[in-house]
Design a protein around this ligand. Structure first.
Ligand SMILES: [Mg+2]
Length: 329
């Protein structure tokens, strides 16, 4: 097995502010695994301040360089230490891509017998003012998105969301994400205040899964995202799963099954991943037959990139090519 690493960088078209901070650039590492005349590619995309500490990409590179001499991708995965889920995710993606290319089948078809042909996706509202958010939301609705998502805990939430509702009408779902910005008391008050807008789901109201029962009755369905890696899903209406934070395709398939067993719906999101990470998440979402819109229409937020998976009518088609179906890499 040959294992090669390549650092890549993507600038966001415009900075995005969430309760945890601002993101304006994504630094990623591509992992290429060659074996028997085939190549598989994976991607590590830790986001410092969100799902990884500062300097996380250096730790990812170091962890992957330490397993370069392993004979197979499986041996390299077994040799990785705990605590570097993004490195594990990249190597795991590359291993699945390699296997798919070797067998001539898309990864989704390796994961299940009946994957979805297309995955429902939401659009992300990045504007922080009422007029801007309203205009973006109306544009997304015209494009055919059936779900739009907005950050909350960043100011003027009620006014901005009311403007979004007015723009999209009653039939488009509005998802909000507090990114753990609120205390329990703030969440009780804010969710009750926002409920009349008609909210599909609030991701991470407080960052504490054990507080979800206390938020029942606020009139807003409750979701986990950042804290989903704890594996405690009881009380959540839905759980957002990410390949990087969970450590790859197999780990997210397992977490998805566990969340459903606990009574929660599941969906996937990218963390402003590059094309490889988004492709892998699309295959997993298709294999899990996810029906709730996924946060995977994010490549359009990266500058200088021709989106290889453009959404149409609120869905992204899953590549039927071998492996992850990334062309021209
Ligand atoms: Mg979230």
């Amino acid at each position: 097995m040959d294992l090669a690493l390549e650092r890549v960088s993507h600038r966001l078209r415009e900075p995005l502010r969430a309760a945890w901070g601002v993101v304006d650039r994504r630094e990623l590492v591509l992992v290429r695994v060659r074996e028997g005349g085939h190549e598989g590619v994976g991607e590590a995309a830790p986001l410092p301040g969100y799902d990884a500490p500062e300097g996380a990409l250096d730790a990812v590179v170091a962890a992957l360089q330490a397993v370069v001499g392993e004979p197979t991708p499986e041996a390299a995965l077994a040799a990785l230490p705990d605590g570097v889920p993004h490195a594990r995710a990249a190597l795991d993606m590359a291993a699945w891509d390699l296997r798919g290319r070797r067998e001539g089948r898309p990864v989704a078809a390796l994961l299940t017998t009946d994957p979805l042909p297309a995955v429902p996706v939401n659009a992300l509202i990045t504007a922080e003012d009422r007029a801007g958010a309203s205009a973006q939301a109306a544009g997304f609705a015209r494009e055919g998105f059936r779900c739009v998502k907005a950050k909350v805990g960043v100011g003027d939430d009620a006014g901005r969301l009311a403007a979004v509702r007015a723009a999209v009408g009653p039939d488009v779902a509005i998802r909000i994400d507090a990114n753990a910005a609120w205390s329990l008391e703030e969440a009780v008050a804010n969710l009750a205040a926002l409920a009349p807008v008609g909210i599909e789901l609030c991701e991470e109201p407080t960052g504490a899964p054990d507080q979800l029962p206390a938020l029942r009755g606020c009139g807003v369905p409750l979701g986990l995202d950042e804290t989903s890696t704890a594996g405690v899903f009881e009380g959540a209406d839905a759980v957002c799963l990410r390949l990087g934070a969970h450590g790859g395709i197999a780990a997210v398939m397992d977490a998805g099954r566990a969340a459903r067993a606990a009574g929660a719906d599941v969906y996937l999101a990218s963390t402003f991943d590059g094309p490889v990470g988004v492709a892998a998440a699309l295959h997993v979402a298709a294999a899990l037959r996810v029906t709730r819109p996924c946060g995977l229409a994010t490549l359009r937020l990266l500058a200088g990139l021709d989106d290889p998976f453009p959404p149409r009518d609120g869905h992204i088609r899953v590549s039927q090519a071998a492996g992850l179906g990334i062309a021209g890499r």
